[in-house]
Design a protein around this ligand. Sequence first.
Ligand SMILES: NC(=O)c1ccc[n+]([C@@H]2O[C@H](COP(=O)([O-])OP(=O)(O)OC[C@H]3O[C@@H](n4cnc5c(N)ncnc54)[C@H](O)[C@@H]3O)[C@@H](O)[C@H]2O)c1
Length: 358
Amino acid sequence: MPLARVALVGCGKVAQVHVAALRSLPDVELVAACDALPDRAASFAAAHGVRPFTEVPTMLREAKPQAVIIGTPHPRHAEPAVQAAEAGVHVLVEKPLAANLADCDAMLAAARKGGVTLGVISQRRFCPAVRRMKEAVDAGKIGTPSLGVFLGYNWRDAAYYQSDPWRGKWDTEGGGVLVNQSPHQLDILLWLMGPAAEVSGYWANVNHPTVEVDDTAVASIRFQSGGLGSIATSVSQKPGIYTKVHIHGSNGASVGVETDRGATFVAGLSGVAAPPLNDLWTIPGEEDRLAAFQAEDRAAFATVDGTSYYHALQFADFFGAIREGRQPVVTGEAGRAVVELFAAIYRSSREGKPVTLG
Ligand SMILES: NC(=O)c1ccc[n+]([C@@H]2O[C@H](COP(=O)([O-])OP(=O)(O)OC[C@H]3O[C@@H](n4cnc5c(N)ncnc54)[C@H](O)[C@@H]3O)[C@@H](O)[C@H]2O)c1
């Protein structure tokens, strides 16, 4: 099978995870790395034996990648994504797809125009515990998903926000806990509950006086299906406690995952220490399977690099989708739905009333 030639845009913290994940894929070759900071591009490229670039168009022209993986700060996702897509290069963007809907729409339009695949990272969708929930929901084992709950009790300290100049500011990060730490679970919630129809929300900054953005947010959702949703997400618990998504069905049965134990990992600074585990499973006749699911997932996790493994699974799906001419599991449209949801929560908080989506 021919190697897929891949380039990275953004050589910061998450790029370390990308390199480790790419290394585990036999049919993918990293050919170039681009960062706006010349020293960072040079040292990263030297460390990984690829060509450094500081401008995306030059990199596309000279290194001729077939796909780019974008790991720049959120408001800086759209420009390189559009440049690559318009040049006929497939694009996989780190979460969230963008910080606003206009950027999402520009990326989706460029991908359509360039005839390329656009995907967004949501690596927790590839955890066995989450896949199991999706299969159970799709098989109708909980009836209709009627209540989806996302709880995230995380911690980020002042040093985290000071680690890069773009963090903690509306202009350069696009938001706080909703935009940075929550897209994974917002995506899982939408994947399992279906599209959101209406949202009411509030955000606050509880204990991060040196940053502008939200460290805590809550929301109530009505989904298009008629199902309801509830979100409480925060980086103000010290220490971080857990992050969970629970889906309750019309037949009374529930399935759930603890996606993260303690605080979520910070790429480049900490790792994923514990596997995502099902923490709730009351499907009739399957109530006793929870312990076996957990044991299976703990055993499998012990054999992999938990920090890059789920990215590698998503990369494999993305490159497989390109080869097979199918959609990736996490599409650009799914990324847009997450951005639409958090943008609606901010707007609802600002305007003091529910916001209709779609
Ligand atoms: N999926 C995950 O679990 C996960 C984990 C961490 C970060 N992320 C996401 O990855 C992205 C980057 O986060 P990070 O922690 O690596 O940030 P970072 O600041 O460590 O790295 C970003 C890099 O992008 C470079 N850059 C900025 N603008 C650029 C441009 N126009 N062209 C080329 N390079 C540019 C910066 O110089 C920097 O080196 C964010 O979207 C973040 O949400 C995802």
